[in-house]
Design a protein around this ligand. Structure first.
Ligand SMILES: Cc1cc2nc3c(=O)[nH]c(=O)nc-3n(C[C@H](O)[C@H](O)[C@H](O)COP(=O)(O)OP(=O)(O)OC[C@H]3O[C@@H](n4cnc5c(N)ncnc54)[C@H](O)[C@@H]3O)c2cc1C
Length: 394
């Protein structure tokens, strides 16, 4: 049996950046992805002629250096599609409001000077930003905004894992997508790359052998000297259960948040909302509504609603979308749906991530994903780059 230097389970941004970096470092690398498409949470919907929209991640930034360096090495930076600068607004009681309209400046000025210099480490978003902006401002503006950014209730999320000062790659647009949507970034990472990808290859089990690891896809077994799991943490826990009980136990403690995403496409003239990046739901059954407007289209508009789980059935979601857009359900030319999932992280997770790193140190098993330093594509790429460097050196 051929032994790969490295097998990576998962063809999302984490697995693909890890593969690019490991292969560039000389490891013969195979990525196994259970779906026929690559990208995981980068999930672009096509189905309306030249129109597309995002059912998952929608915006990437030029601070995502670990990702951009790979695209740069492939000569693909010029393919990035800039997103127009448009704002998010709040929706409460059926009224669209600007973020500033929800900010009480008196309260802000009463708190900000006292809280400057406060450390993020160990604090939740509610604790850190509540001290900085005041509890009223936090509840009115920041709490729903953070829930919209993270697509889940976010008050307990570790503050240090959301915003970090990061160097930007000036050669890339500040905010961007890819022609045809962000999923194209995943495809681009794999195109002409010095590693192999197998799609439709669901890993069903893992075992150890003398050379390293055996990876099972149904009846088939593949051998690898090194193994990386770039799946959601609950799937990593499931796969590692027969191999490493302690790591499994640590991963199994990370809860997941479900997000029910539904997108509608309609003739541009039929939506009453002015062009915008999206809406933050305050008293709505959705965390956020993300619009395709920043990548404009001459005749169509598209809107993706990320609904809180278990609140509405499909008919309820369509009625909600029509109400918010000021349209009729009969105006919808296309409807698309996706079940999204993200780790539900809180202030216990940074110490857990450190404990996982201590456990992995010196070994040939790697873990990558959105549960090590934040949820964003850039956070995933940073983690993947670090794990690739570690595996190359073992
Ligand atoms: C609705 C939504 C909006 C978001 N918006 C943004 C945004 O605008 N900007 C931003 O920076 N981030 C955003 N994010 C976060 C970001 O997209 C994700 O955190 C990131 O893409 C996760 O990448 P990943 O590779 O770690 O995991 P995933 O994308 O979950 O990929 C894991 C892959 O592993 C595969 N897999 C799982 N199990 C197996 C198995 N047994 N065998 C083989 N393959 C397997 C899966 O099919 C999947 O392709 C958003 C996320 C969501 C859900």
């Amino acid at each position: 049996m051929q032994t790969h230097d490295l097998i990576i389970i998962g063809g999302g941004v984490s697995g693909l950046v890890l593969a690019s970096r490991a292969a560039a470092g000389g490891l013969s690398t195979l990525v196994l992805e259970r779906e026929e498409r690559l990208g995981g949470c980068l999930r672009s919907w096509h189905g309306g002629g030249d129109f597309w929209l995002e059912l998952g991640a929608h915006t990437a930034y030029n601070s995502y250096k670990s990702l951009l360096e790979v695209l740069q090495a492939q000569g693909r930076l010029g393919d990035l599609a800039p997103r127009a600068g448009m704002g998010y607004h709040f929706l409460e009681g059926g009224r669209v409001q600007s973020p500033l309209a929800r900010l009480n400046f008196l309260e802000l000025f009463a708190h900000l000077p006292l809280a400057l210099g406060r450390k993020q480490a160990g604090a939740s978003l509610a604790e850190y930003y509540g001290a900085l902006f005041g509890k009223g401002n936090y509840a009115r503006m920041l709490s729903p905004a953070f829930a919209a950014v993270l697509s889940q209730p976010a008050d307990a999320f570790p503050a240090a894992w959301l915003f970090r000062r990061k160097a930007r790659l000036k050669a890339a647009p500040r905010k961007y997508t890819w022609p045809g949507g962000l999923q194209g970034v995943a495809e681009a990472l794999a195109e002409g790359a010095p590693f192999r990808v197998r799609r439709g290859a669901e890993v069903t089990g893992l075992a150890r052998d003398r050379a390293g690891y055996l990876v099972r896809i149904g009846e088939e077994s593949l051998a690898a000297a090194r193994l990386a799991l770039a799946t959601p943490p609950d799937e990593a826990a499931r796969l590692l259960s027969g191999l490493d009980g302690e790591t499994t136990g640590m991963l199994a403690g990370i809860p997941m948040a479900d997000i029910e995403s539904l997108a509608v496409v309609l003739p541009a003239a039929r939506a009453r909302l002015k062009p915008l990046a999206g809406l933050i739901g305050v008293d709505e059954p959705f965390y956020s509504m993300v619009s395709r407007d920043p990548v404009s289209h001459p005749t169509l508009r598209g809107f993706t609603f990320h609904f809180r789980p278990g609140r509405l059935d499909r008919a309820g979601k369509l009625a909600c979308a029509a109400r918010v857009l000021g349209a009729e359900e009969g105006d919808f030319l296309h409807v698309a749906e996706a079940a999204n999932r993200l780790p539900a992280l809180d202030t216990r997770h940074p110490p857990l991530a450190e404990a996982l790193d201590r456990r992995l140190a010196g070994g040939r098993l790697a873990l990558a994903g959105n549960y090590f330093n934040g949820l964003s594509i850039g956070d995933c790429a940073d983690r993947a780059a670090r794990e690739a460097a570690r595996l190359i050196s073992t």
